[in-house]
Structure formats: C-alpha cells, structure tokens
Design a protein around this ligand. Sequence first.
Ligand code: HDE
Length: 731
Amino acid sequence: MSKKKSKHNGVVANTKLNDLAHVTTDDKDAYLTTNQGVRVNDDQNSLKASARGATLLEDFILREKITHFDHERIPERIVHARGAAAHGYFQVYESMAPYTTAKFLQDPSVKTPVFVRFSTVAGSRGSSDLARDARGFAVKFYTEEGNYDLVGNNIPVFFIQDAMKFPDLIHAVKPEPHNEIPQAASAHDTFWDFISLVPESMHMIMWVMSDRAIPRSFRMMDGFGVHTFRFVNAAGEARFVKFHWKPMLGVHSVAWDEALKISGHDPDFHRRDLWENIAQGDYPEWELGVQMVEEQDEHTFDFDLLDATKIIPEEVVPVKRIGRLTLNRNPDNFFAETEQVAFHPGHIVPGIDFTNDPLLHGRLFSYTDTQLIRLGGPNFHELPINRPLAPLHNHQRDGHMRQTINRGRVSYEPNTLGGGCPMQAGARLGGFTSYAETIDGQKVRARSASFFDHFSQATLFYNSQSEPEKAHIINALRFELGKVETPAIRERMLYLLSQVDQSLASHVAEGLGIRVPTQLDTPLNMSVPADGDIAQYQPKRVKQAVGSSPALSMAHTRKDTIKTRKIAVLAANGFDDAALAAIKQALMQAGAQVKVVAPRLGVIRGVNGAAVPVDCSFLTCASVLFDAVYVPGGEQSIAELLHEADAIHFVNEAYKHCKAIAATGAGVELLRAALGADSIVGRDTDGRQVVTDEGVVMSQEAQHSDVAAAFITAIAQHRHWSREMKAPVPA
Ligand code: HDE
C-alpha cells in the first residue's frame, strides 16, 4: 500500500493508481502458464487416451481452466447492476475548515484520488444504458483519513421515506417474477400498483417521468447525496449538509423516442460516451456543491430535513460550490475495478456524519451486507479497488480470501503482548468521533407527522418545468401507464396525479382514454401499520416557501458550450470539401467532434479532390447517436444522398429530435427532401442569406462565413424543443 505524500502533505493525484499498479499485470512477452505458474505447452488439445480416445481426468490443465471459467461470474448488484466507472481526482477550492474537519476538504493544493461509478437502477448488468430510470452517481474518495463514499443518484429525492419499504419498491420495479418481463423498465403493472398505493413516491415520480431519467450522457447529469448529512468542524459544531454534483457541461437529456432507438443502435451509449471522452482527453468534470443549514434552523422548513423525498429548494438555501471532480482515466479491467468496487454510504471520515434519516439508516446496514454475498466474504475491503490508501490496522482476521499476512500473536485488544497496538486514536489524532446528537424518545415503529406532505414538492417540481418539459412528463406518464394492463391501477394513478396538478392528470387521462376519478374507494396512502391511525398517514399539504424553483428546470442549464458534442456530416463522393473543411475546423475549434457518415465505408472524395475517411455508414450508425447534423453541398454528393432513404431519414429524425441541423449549397436540397417545402426550407427566398430558425441553419451559398457561428449557437442550445409544438415529424 502506497503512503506517498505530496510536498503539501496531501495525497498526490495518482496515489491510488500507483497502488493499483502493484496488482496490475499485462502479458507482454510472457509465456502461457497455469495458475500455479507452470508453463503450458499445448493450449489447443485436452489430454486423451489416444487421439480419438476419451479425455483423461488427469488433465490438470484442462480441469483448472474450465473450473476457473465456471466460476467467472459473481452475483450482479441487486440494484444498480448496470454501470460504468472511471478514475480521477477531487480538489477543494478553498478550505472548508469553518464547517468540517474532513481533511480532503481543507487544502486546495491536494488532489484526492477518486473512483466514480455511474449506473442505472432497475436493469440487469447487460441492459440498455438508455432505460428510463434514476442514475447512480457513486464516488469513492481515497482520502488520507480513509475512504469516504458519497453514494448518490442523479435525482435529489427518493421514492420512499423508510428503508423498510425498499425491498418492496425494488420487487415492484424489477421484471415481474412469473415471466421476468420487462427488462430495465418501470412501465409495467407491479411498479405502478405499488406506486399508486404509496403517495410519498410522487415527488420522485415527477423526476423519473421527466427527461432527467434519460440523460444525454453521464457527463451531463447532476449528482445528489439525497439524504441530509452533517458537517462537523474542529470546535465540534455541526451543520446539516446536502451534497450536489454540478456537471461543467450542463444538464442535458435525450428525447424519449431517441432513448428507445439508442437502446437498439447502441445499448452501451453512456458507457461508450464516458470511455471515449476520457480516452481522448475530454475529461468529464463536476463541481461539488453544498447546501448548509445551521443546527438551530432544523425546524424552520416546510418539510423535514430527515425526509429523503424532499429537496431544499436552491432559492431557499443556495448551493455553495466548493470543489471540482475530474475523471481522467479509464479502468484497466471492468471486472476487477468497476464490478468489484464496493460503495457504502457508511464509509465516512471525521468531519462528516449522518442524520436520523430513516432511509439512510437502512442503507447503513445494507451495503456491507450486500457485499458479503456479492464479493463472497468479509475481506472485500482488501480487493485492490476497495483498499484505502490510509494505513489499515485492526484485529479483524481470517475469512474467505484473506490477503493480508498479519504478523504476531496478538489479535485482540486490550493487550500487552503487542505493546497495546494498534492503539486507539483520540479525536485530536484523527479518531472518528460521532456527533453527540441528543436523542431522547420512546421506542416506536412510526413515521413522523412532519413526513406527510407528499404532494407539495411534486407540485413544485411540475410547476418549475418549461412547457416542453411538462409535455415530456405527460407523455412519459401516458407511455408508462399505457403499458399498465390493470385499469384500476391506471385510475388510481390518475387520482394521485390530480393531487399533484389537475391539468397534468387530465392530460395524462386524455392519452389513456379515461377520466380522472374524482374520488377513491380506499384511503390514498395504503402503507399504514395494521393498528395505525389511517387518518394520520394520509398526505397533508404544507404551504411551500416557493411556488416555483427555476433551478429545477433543465431549460435553465448551461447552454454556452458545444464541447464534446458529436456532429454528423452527411456526405458522398463529390461533396463540397472546402465547405466541409471550414465548418469542421470551426466546430472542432469549439471542442466538438465531427464524424463523416456516408452511404458506404472507406474514403469519399470531394469536388476539389480532398479524400476524407468515412467514420460510419448509414448501416453502422444513426442520427440518434449524434447531437447535430451538417450537410455540405456538392451536386454529385447530394444527388447520391437524395437516392439514399437512410440519408433522408437521418435528417428527418434529427429534426424530430429537435437537434441543430445545418446545410450549405446543394445540401439544402437534402433538407428540402427530408423536411418538406413547408418547413423552414421554403422560407429561403433569395438563397444568399443565412436562414436560421429553431436550430436549423442554412444558406444556399456554398460557403457562407456566418453559417458556422450560427450552427455553433444552435448546437449549444442542445435541443430546440419548441419544434415539437408544431406538426409532428414521422421519423
Ligand atoms: Fe442503494 N443499494 N439502497 N440507494 N445504491 C445499492 O449496494 C439500498 C438508495 C445507490 O455503483 C446496493 O453495492 C437500500 C438511495 C447507488 O456500486 C444495495 C436503500 C440512493 C448504488 C443498496 C437504498 C442509492 C446503490 C446494491 C434504501 C441514492 C450503486 C449493490 C434504504 C442516494 C453503487 C450495492 C455502485 C447500490 C441498498 C436506497 C444509491 C443493495 C436498502 C436513496 C448509486 O446495498
């Protein structure tokens, strides 16, 4: 284990990578051996009694190889099975000493190594990245004081308030047990049956039915610690804290139709996007933000800080940005690192502490328990990816796959034979000391009355969305409930939605072809103890401090960069190479990635003779894998593309998904063929000017110097959702 420190007495950026290097191997110039190191002479044939004879049990090489193969799999995570991860580092902007003693939050010159895993929740390991789902955002900080895990999601609230309901929630959302259908989807009866009976889920439902649940990229989504934690400073003063990760590229999502198609064209879309961008040096970055609340203000909110179905609106308590996370290295081995990494919200360091959130407390039990079955025993912390960089000394011994060789006869405390070692460390020596919170109460199975406002923040979320975002939520609910086969579940859900927003419920009902019920036969909340007071468990609205929170809408996210955006160029032989070169240069200068899509693979030649390699053909990629499309002119190229149904479909589909589209010279003809004369194309009257409208940029001039800038502005908007309000595009 490396103890290397920088001159600032901090952990240097790559300390964890140095640590992993000790166990990382490659096979360059090596001979094939068994696991015992014996060189293998024939890896093609098993040992037989004559060439056509029976295989001999004696063949220890065959037996070892097949036995190891038979045991290659471990149970996938029960939730968050599908994921991708990367290494990087975290750096604080300025000392957080006034608020916390956590060492990795003190010195801006210290780069703390991290390993970050993103995931979907419901699907199996091999499911599509683009499922409608929350995304896990789990960060392991290898700090000087031990590992700190911030195991969050890209949604700031959760479905349920108490850990007791977690297995029920997950059983409901997972594929149904009789036929294991559907994979990685909440659009089925058992999920909505459960949700319709658990109104505390309504706030989270608004988020997962919004486009937040279909991110454009892991690199373009928020992260949240969800629970309220505590910061504790050197004076022992505590403050409540909520954690936020804010992506430097803004928060962006794809369209639902697009998500469905990406799942077919590239189910590894998010995984690939993360991998490729890190590999090419476009390192994803997030800022860590904190919302801090003084202890004495605990009860000043219109919700309970311990209730994981609530946010603190940013307009009420601003987010202070305190540091930056950079992911700059892909793992070497998916299984050893991404699959075996074991996160745990209970992995905290001095200066950070828990609150009494009952969901968090269940998690504090669950994560070690799950590793025991997944990773096979109590020594999972010794796996290289899980090992802290901080030195580790205790009297825990033995167990499956123990790696450490502990010297000496002492494995107990107190002892004299070992000189009393390892010694307890007082708080001043960095020993973890729990915050001395006063707890005085009766032992009860109950839920606090302060947890029963189930709808106000769902309404706040809905009210804070732009019109296109609201339309997407309505469509998502129409889709999900449309897949539900039991009419009573649909009706119940509509009633619940009417408690969030009447017009939302009516719009969804219209799509389902039924009415919103005006009352229910049973109480709203059916999650009630057998002898509980049903009335006490029913939702109660509390007046909110804000009616709308702009921070909740992706419409207000960062829209001033096209860095790492993927732009497709549609071209064939005879394309206008000068026009392409100019636009490509401008796009790449702004940080975008440009790919040439053509009828066939190989090389295409421009009118001026330039030879351009084709990145993919219409068969091997699709518009849904790109952020924008450019069609350069060139009569011959456009003539060929006009006969290529896939080229027309490409433009059409990009338009349908509200992406930026540019065309120059004869390229405008392809737009006309795809979008029709009634579209913006028809408005290009004199042909010389640059026409831009809702993200479509074109000029009939072969090269117009204003096209690139207008196109870049259009791409930076991410999507031009206003197009959806017009005639639907059949793509
Ligand atoms: Fe988890 N969760 N969870 N969870 N969770 C797991 O631990 C659990 C919850 C989250 O990339 C499991 O190692 C319970 C909230 C992430 O490896 C398991 C409850 C949030 C990951 C588990 C929750 C999360 C997990 C499965 C309710 C957002 C993936 C595999 C009491 C703040 C971490 C594993 C990774 C994984 C239990 C609720 C986030 C079974 C019991 C709320 C990001 O232990």
